[in-house]
Design a protein around this ligand. Structure first.
Ligand code: NAP
Length: 347
């Protein structure tokens, strides 16, 4: 198989490359060459590189891909990890139309218009843009991704694969949303956790990478929510799983939603947040419970939580950030956590 990855050097791309390398595929990656290659350095030595900005209006844009195509280059599959704006997604989709067999676009479950319904599948309505010309990714991430999906589907039809991951976790995750928990358990002692335990979902980056590689290998078109695990998982079960991979004594100390809100602890991510946690409520009943049946039927598998937690912890402890305190990207800083634990201990 010959594979072209648009991206390849962030979080998901290196794992896709690792797995495609294991299958002895010929891999080319296209990016600006700005992001340093850290993971799987050995594998990258064998990867062909094309440089450019995927925005056709920036610099030489997609020229290096156009030149490769003109010189006769063809790929069995393209995996587009780095499309966020429909104008830009359309440009690469059209350029590569006759140069590849399958085009897989990595989207997100943030495309959905509502998070109220539990277990909704891929047929649920997606968000639309009020202003179709907007390119404000930070503000309109979900609807822009949905618009990118439509561009890819309109060019490729049945040859398009749209993968909508939920929260991606594991080695290399720059966000700390899941990482915070195994790392915090590893530090040990009294660990502040939310008292509520709603359903939660995530996908190990290695399982997601394998799914994308399988999809293009087997030519699966269609739309797939790619999030796990196989059945309902509750937040406290996820925390117990993280605790189970450390040898340090840990005591979980529960805090109510009211207490967390009162003390300025946010949800999901950001400095001094309850990492990965969304307080239960009707608006978010479906946020972490998307149906993954279609993806499972097309080859998505899930490694045990313990493997994800241990690999994430090991990666973090071997990274340059190992000695730094957590809580700036997601989770609580040690100071904030101590302050809150002291308050909870005071009757
Ligand atoms: N993290 C999550 O929890 C989550 C959840 C759902 C969906 N997703 C989706 O999953 C995907 C993950 O992407 P990833 O960053 O891990 O992919 P990746 O393939 O590992 O890396 C993306 C690479 O694209 C390159 N790039 C960025 N902008 C570019 C541009 N204008 N032109 C050319 N190259 C460009 C960057 O390298 P250079 O800087 O060198 O150009 C970057 O390293 C995204 O589509 C995201 O929306 C993520």
């Amino acid at each position: 198989m010959k594979l072209l990855v648009l991206g390849g050097t962030g979080f998901l791309g290196p794992h896709q490359i690792d797995q495609a390398e294991a299958r002895e595929w010929e891999i080319t990656i296209f990016n600006r060459g700005k992001t340093p290659v850290r993971m799987f350095q050995d594998d990258f030595d064998k990867v062909k590189r094309l440089y450019g900005d995927r925005d056709p209006d920036k610099g030489e844009g997609l020229k290096s891909i156009a030149e490769a195509i003109a010189a006769g280059e063809r790929w069995d599959a393209v995996i587009d990890n780095s499309g966020y704006v429909p104008r830009v997604a359309k440009a690469s989709a059209e350029l590569l139309k006759d140069a590849c067999r399958q085009y897989l676009f990595v989207s997100t479950i943030s495309v959905y218009a509502s998070n109220a319904e539990a277990d909704a599948d891929e047929s649920a309505a997606v968000e639309t843009l009020e202003d179709p010309a907007t390119e404000e990714v930070a503000r309109y991430y979900g609807p822009l991704k949905a618009a990118c999906e439509r561009e890819v589907q309109s060019v490729y039809g049945d040859r398009a694969t749209i993968v909508r991951p939920g929260l991606i976790v594991g080695p290399g995750d720059p966000t700390d949303r899941f990482t915070y928990w195994p790392v915090r358990c590893h530090r040990g002692g009294r660990v502040l956790i939310p008292a509520a335990s709603p359903r939660t979902q995530f996908v190990d980056v290695r399982d997601l990478a394998a799914f994308t590689i399988n999809c293009v290998e087997q030519g699966h078109g269609g739309v797939y929510n790619a999030t796990g695990p196989r059945g309902p998982l509750y937040f406290r079960e996820m925390l117990d799983g993280c605790k189970a991979v450390v040898s340090t004594p840990v005591e979980f100390v529960e805090a109510s939603d009211e207490f967390l809100q009162e003390h300025g602890v946010g949800a999901w991510m950001g400095a001094n947040s309850m990492a990965m946690f969304i307080p239960p409520g009707p608006e978010y009943a479906g946020f972490s419970s998307r149906s993954n049946t279609a993806a499972i039927e097309h080859g998505l598998t899930f490694r045990p939580l313990a493997e994800t937690a241990k690999a994430t912890l090991d990666w973090f402890l071997a990274s340059p950030r190992a000695g730094e305190p957590m809580g700036t990207r997601a989770g609580l800083t040690p100071e904030k956590e101590s302050e809150l634990l002291a308050l909870l201990a005071t009757p």
